[in-house]
Ligand binder design. Structure first.
Ligand code: URA
Length: 230
C-alpha cells in the first residue's frame, strides 16, 4: 500500500469512526467509494443525503446544462461550523466536491491553523454549479440556487457561519458593502452568527493578507466557543 493511500485510509477510518462510532454501514462498493470521497452519510438515509439526491439533477438555471457535476457540499452533517464559498471552480466541477482545488488546499491549511479538520466542519457554496470560466454568479442564478443552501443550513443547524469572500457575504447578508465593511464584525444570518473572511482564492493572489484571514477564522472560532455550554 502506498503512503498516500494509507494516509487516506487512516483518515477515512478516523472520520468514519467519529461519525458512526463502532457501527459499520457499508453495504456495497459504491457506498464505500462515496464515503472515501468524503460524502457524508453516503448511501445512508440521512435527510441531508436524501435532499442531495432530490436536487442533484437540477436544471433550474442554465448552469445545469454547462456543469460537469453538481456540487452539493461536503463534511460533517452535524457540524456546528459551516463555511460558505461562492461557486464551484474547475476542480470542484470535475470532482463534485467543494473546495478541492488550490483554494481548497489553502482553506484546509487555514482550518488546520485554528485546530480544525475539514471533516469537522461542513462546506458548501452559494451556487451548486460552476459558472463557465469561473465568472461571477449572475443574480438570477443566485436567486434560483439560494433556497438549496438555505435548506441545507436549516438541516445542518450550524452554530456559526463563515462566509468566504464578498459574493458569499453579500448574498447571505443582503448587503452591498465591500470587504472592509464586512470583515471584523459579528453578523447574523437567520439568527445564526456569521463572520466574513477573505475568499481563499483572493489569499492565493494576496499572500500578505493570509494572516488576517487566519485571524478572521480565529475570531469565528472564538465566537463559536463563547456560545458553547460549559
Ligand atoms: N471557490 C469557491 O467559492 N468554492 C469552491 O468550491 C471552490 C472554489
Amino acid at each position: 500500500m502506498t503512503d498516500s493511500l494509507r494516509e487516506r485510509l487512516e483518515g477515512f477510518l478516523r472520520w468514519y469512526h467519529d461519525l458512526y462510532g463502532g457501527n459499520w454501514y457499508v453495504e456495497n462498493r459504491e457506498t464505500l467509494e462515496a464515503l472515501l470521497r468524503g460524502e457524508a452519510a453516503a448511501g445512508g438515509d440521512s435527510a441531508l443525503e436524501q435532499f442531495h439526491r432530490q436536487i442533484q439533477d437540477c436544471t433550474r438555471c442554465p448552469l445545469g446544462k454547462t456543469r460537469t457535476r453538481f456540487v452539493f457540499g461536503s463534511g460533517n452533517e452535524n457540524a456546528e461550523i459551516m463555511l460558505i464559498g461562492e461557486a464551484p471552480g474547475r476542480d470542484e466541477d470535475l470532482q463534485g466536491q467543494p473546495f478541492v482545488g488550490r483554494s481548497g488546499q489553502l482553506l484546509t491549511k487555514m482550518l488546520a491553523r485554528i485546530g480544525l479538520k475539514r471533516q469537522e466542519v461542513y462546506i458548501a457554496n452559494i451556487l451548486k454549479c460552476r459558472p463557465p470560466n469561473n465568472r461571477n454568479p449572475e443574480p438570477a442564478e443566485v436567486d434560483t440556487c439560494l433556497p438549496y443552501l438555505q435548506r441545507q443550513i436549516e438541516m445542518i443547524q450550524p452554530k456559526i457561519l463563515i462566509a468566504l469572500g464578498k459574493v458569499a457575504a453579500q448574498t447571505l447578508l443582503g448587503s452591498e458593502a465591500g470587504m472592509a465593511g464586512l470583515r471584523n464584525r459579528l453578523w447574523q444570518y437567520r439568527n445564526i452568527p456569521l463572520i466574513v473572511t477573505f475568499h481563499p482564492a483572493y489569499l492565493l493572489r494576496n499572500e500578505s493578507a493570509l494572516e488576517e484571514g487566519v485571524r478572521d477564522l480565529q475570531f469565528a472560532l472564538a465566537q463559536y466557543q463563547k456560545n458553547q455550554p460549559r
